[in-house]
Design a protein around this ligand. Structure first.
Ligand code: SAH
Ligand code: SF4
Ligand code: F3S
Length: 442
């Protein structure tokens, strides 16, 4: 009988993509996917360690797997990803029922483990670049991720990622273009380029260094690729050539995720973000000058050690000045092995963190709501994703601005349609399929 696997994925899009590679690899080994963890012969977790909450959530799941294994002792439990990397061999000490653990750079080693009848628990934690040779199993046939670099060379003092994903290394330009061409041939219409600092892409390539903007041009030129997104750029490195790509190339979406983290230059310095408040605002101005209608989203951390009420006010001020279309907001979480975890001065109390978060979310949501009103009355191109989650009689899709749209209409996932936007909240646009498009359907 075919062996069955079950994967639970935590964390960012990079992990989602790594899981696709894991699944593709397992299926090439003859494994089949099962929807229920309890039915699996191989229970896998692809883990994240970005904040303490991520760890806690995962450990609860791991205990569930332990109980399943108690009832079915042959079950293999595997733990991959950033948490595994940051724990290394401690995984086996603390969770002796785990059979195999591997870091984000070691997905192929999972196959090695499964095919060698290893009796003892194994850990694999080297950094070996991206396993481009592995097949992927995608959930959405029309959307794909393309990992353009691995690792991160920045030293943000709060961040665990450089230690879990290693030094930055760009994948060869030609390899990426070839992969994007294969994806297009496979029916993919939207590609998201992934990297921790995508603007740094290509500088390390030899003999010919490349630029991120060059890659945008090359992927845009591939027939069939209608939308190109990327995440994340670092405010330090976003340059005019990238803004021009947004302005000039049809497929490059009118959305940029530009992580602010904090609005106070003092806190940005302590975070080692390498830009200050003025520089960030200047980047925003440059982007908006080139692409006036661009949607800007961001990440913000509140309660960083040393953040005073005045510093926090500066974060609110930058939000009001920029008017982000959306923002992910996080409470600072001390991560093992990071510089900020050793900071002892000006620690922000739990109550203060919660209160700042509440006030920040208020500003962020009000801005997002106001910004979204500019779409009302416009007819916009929407890539259909499927039925709406809240109302299955309606469809859900996304605009180039990465705005979710719920609308009345018809169409298959992966196709484009025109939707007239009738109202907008901070998160979602509502609309009706344009009559011109309905006529086309007939
Ligand atoms: N490479 C990406 C970020 C990946 S992590 C970038 O630089 O944009 C995603 C977000 O998690 C970060 O932007 C940051 O806002 C948040 N984050 C990272 N470490 C954190 C920590 N220790 N506590 C709270 N939030 C954190
Ligand atoms: Fe972490 Fe900073 Fe690298 Fe982003 S750029 S992954 S926040 S170290
Ligand atoms: Fe991503 Fe979490 Fe690792 S956010 S890079 S999976 S720590």
């Amino acid at each position: 009988m075919t062996k069955r696997y079950h994967v639970t994925t935590f964390g960012c899009q990079m992990n989602e993509h790594d899981s696709e590679r894991m699944k593709g690899m397992l299926e090439s080994l003859g494994y089949g996917e099962t929807a229920e963890r309890a039915d699996a012969d191989l229970i896998l977790f692809n883990t994240c360690s970005i904040r303490e909450k991520a760890d806690e959530r995962f450990v609860a799941h791991l205990h569930d797997a332990k109980i399943i294994k108690r009832g079915k002792p042959g079950t293999v439990i595997g733990v991959g990803g950033c948490w595994a990397q940051s724990m290394k061999d401690l995984v086996f000490e603390q969770f002796p029922f785990v059979d195999v653990a591997f870091g984000p750079g070691q997905v192929p080693k999972l196959a090695e483990f499964l095919t060698t009848d290893s009796i003892t628990a194994q850990g694999y934690f080297e950094f070996e670049g991206f396993p481009a040779h592995l097949p992927t199993k995608r959930d959405r046939p029309h959307q794909a991720w393309l990992q353009i670099s691995v690792g991160c060379n920045m030293k943000c003092s709060y961040c665990i990622v450089p230690s879990t994903r290693g030094r930055e290394s760009s994948r060869p330009f030609e390899e990426l273009v070839a992969e994007a061409e294969r994806l297009a041939a496979d029916g993919v219409v939207e590609i998201t380029l992934l990297g921790q600092n995508v603007n740094a892409y290509g500088r390390d390539l030899r003999p010919q260094p490349r630029k991120f903007a060059e890659l945008l041009h090359a992927v845009d030129a591939i027939p069939g690729i209608r939308r190109v997104r990327y995440t994340s750029p670092h405010p330090q490195d976003i340059k005019q050539d990238v803004v021009e790509a947004h302005r000039d190339l049809d497929s490059i979406c009118e959305h940029i995720h530009l992580p602010l983290q904090a609005g106070s230059s003092k806190i940005l310095k302590a975070m080692r973000r390498t830009y200050n408040r003025e520089r960030f605002l200047d980047r925003v101005e440059m982007i908006r000058a080139g692409v006036p209608d661009v949607a800007l989203s961001t990440d913000i951390i509140v309660g960083f050690p040393g953040e005073t009420e005045e510093d926090f006010q500066e974060t609110l001020e930058v939000c009001e000045a920029v008017q982000f279309d959306s923002a992910f907001t996080f409470v600072f979480s001390a991560r093992r092995g990071t510089e900020a975890a050793t900071f002892t001065e000006g620690l922000v109390s739990r109550e203060e963190k919660v209160d700042r978060m509440r006030r920040l979310v208020e500003v962020v949501q009000r801005n997002a709501h106001e910004r979204a009103q500019r779409f009302v009355g416009r007819t916009m191109e929407v890539l259909i994703e499927g039925p709406s989650r809240t109302d299955p009689s309606r469809l859900r899709g996304r605009t180039t601005h990465n705005k979710a749209v719920n609308f009345q209409g018809f169409g298959e996932p992966g196709t484009f349609t025109q939707v007239e936007i009738t109202s907008a909240t901070s998160q979602t646009l509502m609309g009706e399929q344009s009559l011109v498009d309905l006529a086309l359907l007939r």
